[in-house]
Ligand binder design. Sequence first.
Ligand SMILES: C[S@@+](CC[C@H](N)C(=O)[O-])C[C@H]1O[C@@H](n2cnc3c(N)ncnc32)[C@H](O)[C@@H]1O
Length: 268
Amino acid sequence: MKTMENVGLKEVQNVYSGPEGELWELIMGEQIHIGGFASSMDLAQKAGIGSGLTGVDLCCCNGAGMRFLVRFRDVARMRGVDATEKVLERGRRRCEQEGMSERIEFKLADVCDSGLAGASADFVWGEDAWCYVVDKSRLISEAVRIVKPGGTIAFTDWIEAKAGLTDAEAERFLTFMKFPNIQTIEGYSDLLATNDCDLVMAEQTGRFAPHVDLYLNMLNMQLTYDALKIIGFNTELMQAMGAEMVFMQALAHTGKIAQGLFVARKKG
Ligand SMILES: C[S@@+](CC[C@H](N)C(=O)[O-])C[C@H]1O[C@@H](n2cnc3c(N)ncnc32)[C@H](O)[C@@H]1O
């Protein structure tokens, strides 16, 4: 697993409390993950997430993934955990506006130590966010602890893909994204297996490269003014960030990074 020193929870909280988080929402929408609705539906179908189940979204951000699950998969109740107060405030407000506060609650905590009761959910859910968590081993054991025996762990995440990153590429990419490290298909599969889970599925989705193309097109062809406004009309910063996105686009197109999809069952 490629790792960066000096990137931790504080840096991530800064991203999601400030303009960078707003930029991600501008280009991705409320669901801040690659593929939005289609990706959530794909994961829910593959994991068998449906009517009447209860779930926990680890790194839930503004809760769009939970609102998706309640609205489109008829999930009974969701609890979301996130370490950034600002996104939780936004999430609570949006749940109220959509009349979903009764079925969705938010908790401010580090997902490695959520404080949620053990064996208290049918499934644990995560979408393109666990890449921000420093201690992946603690994260996976916390996810497995929360889920009931026989329950499901279902997540997508940004991963290092088969072609692999050089050390220099990893450093540049992780620095731009504020990821402390990046897992692989094998790394997550091993963690799930050592935490008493049967791996049901671990695959690359094929969505990353076309979606980075889309994000760059939107920034260059339609949302330039809106993006500039978020960063105080700093055109130099915009150019620098654009260059990092183009770098990321090349990594995705050469099979060095990808979106991974994982489904596992806790042995019961
Ligand atoms: C990309 S956003 C999540 C997007 C969300 N899953 C979705 O699909 O819309 C990443 C989130 O992870 C949260 N996060 C990162 N590290 C965390 C940690 N150790 N504990 C709790 N939340 C964390 C950040 O605060 C941020 O809200």
